[in-house]
Design a protein around this ligand. Sequence first.
Ligand SMILES: *Cc1c(COP(=O)(O)O)cnc(C)c1O
Length: 382
Amino acid sequence: MSFASGRHFLQIPGPTNVPDQVLRAMSAATIDHRGPRFAALVPEVVEPLKPVVGTSGDVVLYPSSGTGAWEAALVNTLSPGDRVLCFETGHFATLWQAMARQLGLEVDFVPGDWRHGVDPAEVPARLTPDVKAVLVVHNETSTGVTSDIAAVRRAMGDHPALLMVDTVSSLGSVDYRHDEWNVDVTVSCSQKGLMLPPGLGINAVSAKALAASESARLPKSYWDWKPIIEANKRGAFPYTPPTNLLYGLREALRMLHAEGLPQVYARHARHAAATRAAVQAWGLELLCADPQAYSNTLTAILMPEGHDADKLREVILDRFDMSLGAGLGKVAGKVFRIGHLGHFNDLSLAGTLSGVQMGLRLAGVPVKPDGVTAALSVLADA
Ligand SMILES: *Cc1c(COP(=O)(O)O)cnc(C)c1O
């Protein structure tokens, strides 16, 4: 668009809209990362992050994207040739297992249809005695499908494998309990539910995972947890940290705690329900085929036969200056995704769905006209 007045609608499921308070908090002088002011900042970001992850244990921050945090989880805990069990819930699960292969791990990849989460009933049979880690994506951002992490852990019984969970598009938006669910490594990053720009990777680490890192033999240096955890105790990092992103994280965490985590999670659930009501009223189909597994942070919608999702997204970007998520991997062109996470409220959803509804009509997609009305009723009744 050569000219657009008003704000761009960034309704992809991450990166998400960064609140003005967070932008302002980041717009401050970078300080000496070995000085006393920085030392005071470290606990101010690490401690309030812990309840969001549901842990009282160690949390490690990296200057990285989520992909870096995936790699950190693997190289800290595993050795060449170790077997890991992965589930094909969608594009991100596929990428994570591909990384595991590339790092020299043996991967058992349980096939999936991209419309369901991990079936816990399948876990015991797949969990051979030599499996060292089970990798699960909590909220598949490519499909809008969640997996029940507590149920997966229960299905693992007393098998000694580590449980590693990707929470990149759920953390800060959906209830998540690292300690209570007995997760060993939680992987996340800054640019989705945490309402920050890209650039911060996150690992939460159980005592068991930390112990595994002592003997794990995959090469690690930059990603090594230990020097970071040690330095953090002194309010420092082993290398130059992304100071301004940490200012932003401190502010974003203040916002989440001021609203209250239960309220934040309820808000996301309500916006997801309203979005699904719109989809149903339009007469379109959700990609997620299991109502128990609906994502609260994004909705992936199937295009009717003969209609291209990318064409629709192009029309909507061109006419309404709104970005929607593309179909990724196997579902490219077949679905579009609406992100409804992070810094988002009832009227942001109303605007988003209005743009989708007008775009569907302009793109000649046969839909019933009342999706927005259905969504507004859900919002008004809640
Ligand atoms: C976005 C995303 C990633 C990748 O994160 P990057 O920051 O792009 O490296 C990984 N997993 C999930 C579930 C995601 O949504």
